[in-house]
Design a protein around this ligand. Structure first.
Ligand SMILES: [Zn+2]
Ligand SMILES: [Zn+2]
Length: 522
């Protein structure tokens, strides 16, 4: 039996809404290098309102990607631009807010073609905070494109954008800050050196997201300082720079930490929970904008820096990108005898202490975790709790000494170590055992006196596996010499491979970084 093929109708029902002259746009499909809008526009000069209707046609815009007609609205917009259709400036402004990369990337060129008449419309779109932040930024890009295409308008646009930097609402929210940052980026592209005082003021008043564009980038672009040579690494800084976002005020800021850890279990174990960030910052992090304490999350930029660092560690060709002075220390954090992120350990210890409030070992372990996290006051409170619960606790005194050392208080540290030593010497142990413990503690004391502090305060011996034996029969100071629980070699490594805003995006899309992943990561 011969199969029966029903030939699919070539006629798009949308044709009924448009004059025949526009029908070719329904089947043109995805634009490419051969797409010649100048040519396509020739027979359409008399159809401005129909083209506007097609540009905004909801049915067409919501078609599936594999339907050629889904591209018709974009063609209509481009042709409206080529025709210089001033009437389209207002209706097309609603497309600024669309979550459609093709459209938002085409709009600056389209508005540049429509010309100066669109300036007031774009300005009011920017000024209306009811629009989404990316729509407002797209309006800025369009204003900038109009100024580029119409040099006689450049001064006015630059003056307007410069003035907008100082608007009263500029410091109201992270969104306003994002808008400000992209305006600065466009002013740089416009080579608007006259905007520098207002730009500098915005940085000084902390109203810019420095991860979008830094004042230094502005000054380099304006020729006020020498460019970074492409091969040179970022300026040497004694620590690790990370971009963090505050969960309270939403601001992204760049922070320099003397030391950060990367938990290898979190980054290598995909199945394990991802509730905790791979980076452990062993100190309080205070938001430089609003002062919130420890309310941060890593930005995409920070994750990229960690990924870059990991790659650089393991890929010979990338080794040169590693910064010798910076380091992320890769460690396998352990607590309660297994791999455990320190933040998980905090939760576990809190739960266990709630169940067994008389177990002094829990307070000791919890104190150690808090110490590693830089929460020194809380750590001290746990140690004191442990001391109150048990009279014999040289190990707690050793940990208190390490805490004092971590805080830079050498004298206090030595005093705690001496107390631990006396406690051991007065204990009912065999002479042999006493001598062994004495040697260990005296070794620590010697190291402190000789300023060999790093090995003592590194956290790899934190939160030792708990033993079931009662603590007095297994004195814990001895265990401090156990081998560090580090799986990956300690690495003094780099981060931050810089991608310029106008560089090709590292994702390989062929677009500029600022139009691609820089926006996506926001
Ligand atoms: Zn904040
Ligand atoms: Zn990209």
């Amino acid at each position: 039996m011969a199969p029966f093929f029903k030939k699919k109708s070539q006629e798009d029902p949308a044709r009924q809404r448009y004059p025949e002259a526009l029908w070719p746009l329904l089947v043109l499909g995805k634009p490419n290098k051969q797409t010649d809008y100048n040519q396509l526009a020739v027979p359409l000069a008399g159809y401005i309102s129909e083209l506007i209707q097609m540009a905004l046609d909801e049915d067409l815009n919501l078609r599936y990607e594999n339907d050629v007609a889904v591209w018709a609205p974009l063609h209509a917009m481009e042709i409206l631009g080529v025709l210089g259709a001033v009437e389209a400036a207002e209706p097309l402004s609603q497309c600024l807010d669309w979550d459609d990369e093709w459209v938002t990337q085409a709009l600056p060129g389209i508005y540049a073609n429509i010309g100066p008449a669109s300036i007031p419309i774009l300005q009011s779109h920017l000024e209306d905070a009811g629009h989404n932040v990316w729509g407002r930024i797209c309006a800025v890009d369009c204003l900038s494109a109009v100024a580029q295409a119409h040099p006689e308008q450049k001064d006015a646009v630059v003056r307007y954008l410069t003035g907008y930097l100082d608007r009263p609402s500029a410091d109201d929210s992270a969104d306003e800050e994002t808008v400000t940052s992209f305006i600065i980026s466009d002013l740089v592209d416009l080579e608007a050196r006259e905007a520098y005082p207002a730009i500098k003021r915005a940085y000084e008043e902390d109203r810019v997201n420095p991860t979008i564009i830094g004042l230094e980038d502005v000054e380099i672009a304006f020729g006020m300082r020498p460019p970074r040579s492409p091969s040179s690494s970022p300026p040497d800084e004694p620590g690790v720079r990370l971009e963090l976002k505050c969960k309270v005020c939403g601001r992204e800021r760049s922070y320099l930490f003397p030391k950060v850890y990367c938990d290898t279990n979190t980054i290598t174990n995909k199945k394990k929970n991802t509730r905790y960030p791979p980076i452990v910052i062993p100190q309080r992090v205070i938001c430089s904008k609003c002062g919130a304490v420890d309310q941060y999350e890593l930005t995409a930029m920070a994750y990229a820096a960690i990924t870059a660092d990991l790659l650089a560690r393991t890929t010979p060709g990338l080794k040169k990108f590693r910064r010798k002075d910076q380091y992320i220390q890769y460690v396998s954090f352990q607590a309660m005898g297994r791999d455990m992120h320190p933040l998980e350990a905090v939760e576990q210890y809190q739960a266990k202490i709630a169940r067994r409030p008389k177990d002094r070992d829990l307070y000791l372990g919890y104190g150690n975790v808090l110490r590693v996290l830089g929460r020194f006051e809380e750590a001290r409170a746990q140690y004191q709790q442990a001391i109150e619960l048990a009279p014999f606790n040289p190990d707690v005194y050793v940990e208190m000494g390490i805490l004092a050392l971590t805080e830079g208080n050498k004298e206090e540290a030595l005093s705690f170590m001496e107390q631990a030593l006396q406690m051991v010497l007065n204990a009912p142990f065999s002479q042999k055992e006493k001598n062994k413990l004495k040697q260990i503690i005296q070794g620590v004391i010697r190291d402190i006196q000789q300023d060999k502090i790093d090995d003592i305060i590194n956290p790899f011996t934190m939160a030792k596996p708990q033993t079931d034996k009662p603590h007095h029969s297994a004195p814990k100071p001895e265990k401090r010499k156990a081998s560090p629980q580090v799986r990956l070699p300690k690495a003094r490594t780099a981060s931050l491979i810089r991608v310029g805003r106008n560089d090709p995006c590292p994702c390989g899309s062929g677009k500029k970084y600022k139009h691609c992943c820089m926006k996506k990561q926001k």
